[in-house]
Every structure is written in C-alpha cells, then in structure tokens.
Design a protein around this ligand. Structure first.
Ligand SMILES: [Zn+2]
Length: 502
C-alpha cells in the first residue's frame, strides 16, 4: 500500500495492485483463510470452540483488506462458504451439510444464533470508519486531499450523486460512498445514524441535515423545501444577529405563503422560535446512541439492529434457549440442546428430507421401527423412550402414565412441543433454573444411547440408560457448579429434588 500526499497527484487514496472488484484480488486472502483453518482439521473442536475461532482468528485475517475495500458479493460468499464448512465439517474443503441457516448462525446467542460475525456487516462497519473520519478529522492531511477532490461534509458523503459523477471518483472513494451514502437493507444506515448538535451552524445544511432532532426540515416540510430559494444553505446563513438576538431568514418567498404553505410556515416558525446558533461552540456530529462515540463495533451494532431478522420464533422458545445457555451443563450439550430446539438434529426423518437417506422405510425409528424418527417421536413418544421418561419422572415423584393420559400426545411433533410438555409436567417439581439441565441431560443421554445402538449395535437397556442419566447428572452438578451446590451422590441418586427441586 502507498499513500501519496501531493495535491498534484491524482492518487490520494490507498493504492493496491489489482482491481478489488475481481475475485482474483482477494484470492490470496481466501487461500490464507483456508490454510489457517485446515491447521485445525481433525483437532476435534467443539462447535463452541469453532465459533470462538471463527470470530477471533478468522475475522482477523481478512481485516486489513476488508478495512479498505468493499468485498464483492462473490468474495463474501466465498468467505462464508469457508466459514460454514469449517463450522459444520472437519475444516477440509469439501462441502458439508449445514443444519442451521447462516443467517441464524449469525444471530446473537440470546436471539437463537451462535454469534458468528456477519462478514458483510463487518466489512461495512470497517469501511464506514473512513466515512466517519472524513466527517470529523478536519485537520488531517488526507481529509484536505479528499476535500480538494470531492468536496466535504455530510452532503458530499450522503447525498445522491449521478452515475456520471460517481464514475469520476476513484474506486476507493466510490466504495466509501457506496458504504456510507447508499441504503443497505432498505436503510440509509450510516447517514441516518448521525445526528447533529448545533454550534455555530457553519457545517450543517439547514434543510438537509438533522440538526433539529431526528429528522431534516426537508423531510418535515417537503412543500416548503420545494419552494425555498437556497436548498443547500448553511444554518448560519439562514438568519441574522439583530439587536443581540437571532432572527431566522430561511429563504422562502413571502408571496408564496398562502394555504398549506402558510400553515407549514407557521409551524416551522414555532419550531425555530427557541433555537439559535451558539457562536462559542463548534457544530458536532453524534453517532447513534452516542455513549462511546463512533467505533467499528458500534457501527456493527447499528447494522445488526437494522438487519438482523429475528428468526427465533415464539417467546417460549426464546426463553428456553436463554435458560439453556445459562444451564450448568457442558458446552457440547448446550450446542446439542440448541440444535434440538431449532430442529437441526440429524434424525432419520431429517436425513430423509434432505435426500441423504433414500426410501421412506429408511426414515423409521431405529428403536421401535414402527414410526418415522422425528424429534417428538425419538425423544418422547417412542415406546422405548417412554420407559426412560417413566423412570425419570418417578425419580422426581411424578407418575408419567398419568401425565400422558392428560396430554394431547398426538400434537407433540417438534422439540418445542416436547419442551412444552416437559415444562408443564415438571412444573412445581424442579427449580426453573434447572429445567434446561434436566431435559438436556435426559435427551442427551437418549441421543447417545440411540447413536450407540445405530452405529455400535449396542443393546437398548433402560436400566443402564437411567443409571447413566443419574450418574452424568451428578458429574455435571458436582463439577460444573464448582462447589456452589454441595451434593451427596447417594442422596442425588435417591431423590434429586433435594438439590434441584423447589
Ligand atoms: Zn420409536
């Protein structure tokens, strides 16, 4: 990279060899990413470990290029493909089956995702830093150079410019304009996130900038804006100091002020009545929710707030996911529970849906071989699994057969349905903070026993599985609670409500 600091020079921006609109330009970075990831191949990272790695290492690698250039769609897709294969596969290059859509993976954990950073938003937030600096670093040399070429201020960054004007810009500045000045996901996310604090009024355009609140006068009074004489006037030029007071002259011909225009005018006058420039203060730009000012992190948060779609579904689901992430259980079990709630477990019916298993008979439950294997069946309704729940419930002093008699068992299909049934059934028996612990403990054990039966041809032994449930539960509580729950093994085996009951 070189930065050339001469006004006579045509190049005032960072200059890299090649055209960043082409995939070739990014190929080295993509290869580096893949290489870095393949180093982790076969290291048996948990999904959680992989997420951490994706956020800390993988997003650091391309940060340099992503800070300067808007990555084209094809490159963003390539990056996501590499990330996705790493997350679901062993880090190799071959295509892996993805069980949850990438949009969901990129949601925050409390909203149903895994919190992997969306690389497109990350790219935009890194780039927008230049836009923000352009608006604020008025004394920097590079600002003077850009001002010389492209004019300055919010207007030059946010206003719509014609294609012919845009084509005169360098590729780099065009990208900054595209990131900061054009809508993304239907929002003028950058310019609309900036508000103006009026000082002298020599930086803000009276009609176009939001110096009176969250909306510009242009949008508030479109009819007046149509007829005003100076649409690009600065605030300071829209009034006069007279007899030590400030009087507004916003430049609308008084002969036009009849009917609706007059009404608008009166309203505008009322709004402006108590406002005046403050000559001792400079105009200041304020970033959205200005707590710490602008940062790449805050820009990312802004993009997230505008674009992350809430895929999570019901309040119940959101609440159960929240309890799951907080539960005293190992990370891998949390991830199992997450996939379970999202319907993303490789049950035979799911595999059949995805064309991995051919023939309907392949989608049948490996335990009873009577019905299709879906979450509601495998984890509750299967006759082989009911016997396990029967033991678990009697461990908590509840009669499972009675419960089934009162429930509409046919309606139970998804993980959420099972959870609702269990939540109602254990209500009053288990502390709500331990509900996720119990269901994930039992379902995790059922899933392992099912996999042992399918892949290792083990026998389905209810007594043994129930013993494993008790014993794993004891391990988790005694190890993961780090001594905060003093637990006696025999007591736990006899009656768990001593520890996690109400
Ligand atoms: Zn079955």
């Amino acid at each position: 990279m070189k930065l050339v600091g001469s006004l006579s020079d045509q190049v005032v921006e960072p200059c890299f060899a090649g055209n960043h609109r082409r995939r070739l330009f990014w190929s080295m970075m993509l290869a580096k990413m893949e290489k870095r990831l393949s180093g982790w191949r076969g290291k048996h990272l948990s999904l959680r470990g992989k997420v951490t790695l994706l956020n800390s290492v993988i997003n650091n690698l391309p940060i340099f290029l992503l800070s300067f250039f808007k990555a084209p769609k094809c490159v963003l897709e390539d990056i996501i493909k590499i990330q996705r294969n790493f997350l679901w596969g062993d880090g190799g290059g071959s295509r892996k089956m993805c069980w949850v859509s990438w949009d969901k993976i990129c949601l925050r954990t409390e909203e149903g995702g895994l919190g992997v950073k969306n690389v497109e938003w990350f790219n935009l937030s890194l780039m927008s830093k230049w836009g923000w600096r352009f608006l604020n670093d008025k004394h920097a040399i590079w600002f003077n150079l850009l001002q010389f070429r492209y004019d300055s201020g919010l207007q030059s960054l946010c206003d719509v410019v014609s294609k012919s004007v845009l084509s005169n810009y360098s590729l780099w500045w065009r990208d900054i304009r595209l990131v900061c000045g054009t809508p993304f996901g239907g929002h003028d996310w950058f310019c609309d996130s900036i508000s103006c604090k009026l000082g002298r009024g020599n930086s803000f355009l009276a009609w176009k900038h939001c110096w009176l609140g969250n909306i510009s006068l242009k949008l508030l009074f479109p009819r007046l804006f149509e007829v005003c004489s100076f649409p690009n006037a600065l605030v300071i030029n829209c009034g006069l100091w007279e007899n030590e007071g400030w009087s507004w002259k916003v430049g609308v011909d008084s002969t036009l002020l009849v009917g609706e225009l007059l009404e608008d005018w009166k309203e505008l006058t009322e709004i402006l009545k108590d406002v005046k420039p403050c000559m001792n203060e400079v105009d200041k730009l304020i970033w959205w929710r200005d707590v710490e000012g602008f940062s790449v992190r805050n820009a990312f948060k802004r993009l997230y707030s505008l674009n992350a779609v809430n895929h999570i579904g019901s309040d119940f689901r959101r609440c159960e996911l929240k309890r799951l992430w907080k539960a005293i259980i190992p990370c891998k079990v949390k991830l199992f529970g997450w996939r379970w709630i999202l319907g993303a477990l490789p049950t035979r019916k799911e595999l059949w849906h995805r064309g991995v298993i051919l023939g309907v008979e392949g989608s049948f439950c490996p335990l009873c071989e009577l019905e299709e294997e879906f979450v509601g069946h495998l984890f509750l309704k299967c006759c082989k699994v009911k016997t396990i729940w029967k033991e678990v419930f009697s461990w908590f002093g509840v009669d499972f057969d009675d419960l089934l008699g009162f429930s509409d068992i046919d309606a139970i299909v998804t993980g959420e349905d099972v959870l609702l049934f269990l939540s109602n059934s254990l209500d009053g028996r288990v502390k709500s903070s331990f509900f996720a612990f119990i269901w994930s403990l039992v379902c995790w054990s059922i899933w392992n026993a099912r996999n042992n039966l399918v892949f290792k041809h083990s026998i389905w032994n209810v007594v043994e599985i129930f013993l494993i449930i008790k014993s794993i539960g004891w391990d988790w509580i005694s190890i993961l609670s780090k001594g905060s729950i003093n637990i006696n093994r025999d007591l736990w085996f006899a009656n768990p409500t001593n520890f996690i009951g109400l």
